[in-house]
Ligand binder design. Structure first.
Ligand code: ZN
Length: 297
C-alpha cells in the first residue's frame, strides 16, 4: 500500500467513534477531590466546603477506566490501530492532551462520555521514529449537557533504527600525555615525578606545578588507593555508557588523585574512604582504561 493510499484510508476514520456510551465509574465526589488536591498541593478554597467544585483538570479522573483498561473501545478505533500496525507503525506513545471546560463539576454530578476519532495526521518523522498522530476527543456530559472536552493524542510509529552501538569517546593523546597512555597500554599507571623537586603530579603536565621545572621522570603507581569522592551517574545517558555507574576520584597511596570508574562492586555500595585497587579494563579493540575495583573490607 502506497503512502497516499494509506493516508486516505486513515483519514476515512476521522469523525468515527472511538468509544461510545461511557459512564464515570463514580459520581464526582469529595474524597477524590480531596486526594487530588493533596497530591497536587492545591489549597484553592473553591475545592472545599459545601459549595465545592472539582478542580477542572480532574476532568480525566472522572472518565478513566481504571486498571481494567478501555472497555468501550469501538470497532472503528480497533481497525484504525490495526491498520497502523500493518503499516509498520506498531509502537505507540502518548504525546499530549488538551482540555476545555464549559462548566464546573460538583460532587454528585454523574458524567457520561463519548469519544470520537478527531484527526489522523499525515506521516510525520520524530526522534522516536516515523508515524501518524491520532487525536481523539472525549465529550464529557452531565445529564446531557456538555461540560468539557478532553483531547488525547498518541503517536503510532515505526521506531527509528537504532544506530550501531556507539563506542566510548577516545582519549586525546598528545605529546604531553603520550607517556601516560603508553603506560596504560602496558597496564601500568605512571605518575609524573619532578626531576628537580621530586613532587608527584597527576594528571600529566609539561611542567611542575610546585617548582616549574620541565624535567621529569615517572614512578609506577602501586595500585593501592581509596575513594576520596565519587558520583553515581544516572542521567543523562551517554552513548556506550550504561547507567547507573560509579565514577570516583581515587587517592592513590602515592598521594595523587585519579578519576576512574569503580568496578566490581555495586554502584550503590561505593563509599568515601573505601579501599580500591587498580585494574585495567578493555572496552573495545583499541581502548583500555584504568579502573578501580572495590576491595572487600
Ligand atoms: Zn618540581
Amino acid at each position: 500500500m502506497g503512502e497516499d493510499e494509506l493516508h486516505a484510508r486513515l483519514k476515512a476514520y476521522e469523525g468515527r467513534p472511538a468509544a461510545v456510551g461511557g459512564t464515570g465509574r463514580d459520581p464526582v465526589n469529595a474524597p477524590m477531590i480531596r486526594h487530588w488536591c493533596e497530591a497536587m498541593g492545591d489549597r484553592n478554597p473553591s475545592y472545599t466546603g459545601p459549595d465545592a467544585i472539582a478542580p477542572p483538570t480532574m476532568l480525566q479522573a472522572w472518565i478513566m477506566g481504571g486498571l481494567g483498561g478501555h472497555p468501550g473501545r469501538s470497532r472503528a478505533y480497533e481497525e484504525l490501530l490495526a491498520l497502523l500496525d500493518e503499516a509498520g507503525c506498531a509502537s505507540v506513545v502518548a504525546t499530549d492532551c488538551e482540555q476545555e471546560y464549559l462548566r464546573p463539576l460538583r460532587p454528585g454530578d454523574e458524567v457520561s462520555f463519548d469519544t470520537v476519532i478527531e484527526s489522523v495526521s499525515g506521516r510525520k518523522t520524530t526522534r522516536l521514529g516515523t508515524g501518524h498522530f491520532v487525536t481523539t476527543r472525549t465529550d464529557v456530559r452531565v445529564g446531557g449537557e456538555l461540560v468539557g472536552t478532553h483531547r488525547f493524542r498518541v503517536l503510532k510509529y515505526a521506531p527509528a533504527r537504532r544506530p550501531p552501538k556507539e563506542r566510548r569517546p577516545r582519549p586525546v593523546v598528545n605529546r604531553d600525555n603520550a607517556g601516560f597512555w603508553e603506560g596504560v597500554g602496558r597496564h601500568r599507571l605512571l605518575v609524573q615525578r619532578c626531576a628537580a623537586c621530586a613532587a608527584l603530579r597527576f594528571p600529566w603536565l609539561p611542567g611542575c606545578p610546585t617548582c616549574g621545572s620541565p624535567e621529569w621522570d615517572t614512578v609506577e603507581a602501586s595500585g593501592e588507593g581509596t575513594v576520596f569522592s565519587y558520583v553515581v551517574m544516572h542521567h543523562p545517558p551517554f552513548p556506550a555508557f550504561d547507567p547507573p555507574y560509579a565514577v570516583a576520584l581515587v587517592e592513590l597511596a602515592e598521594g595523587v588523585r585519579v578519576v576512574a570508574d569503580v568496578v566490581g562492586v555495586p554502584y550503590d555500595e561505593v563509599r568515601v574512604g573505601m579501599p580500591v585497587r587498580l585494574g585495567f579494563r578493555r572496552y573495545d579493540e583499541e581502548l583500555v582504561l584504568p579502573v578501580f575495583e572495590g576491595v572487600a573490607g
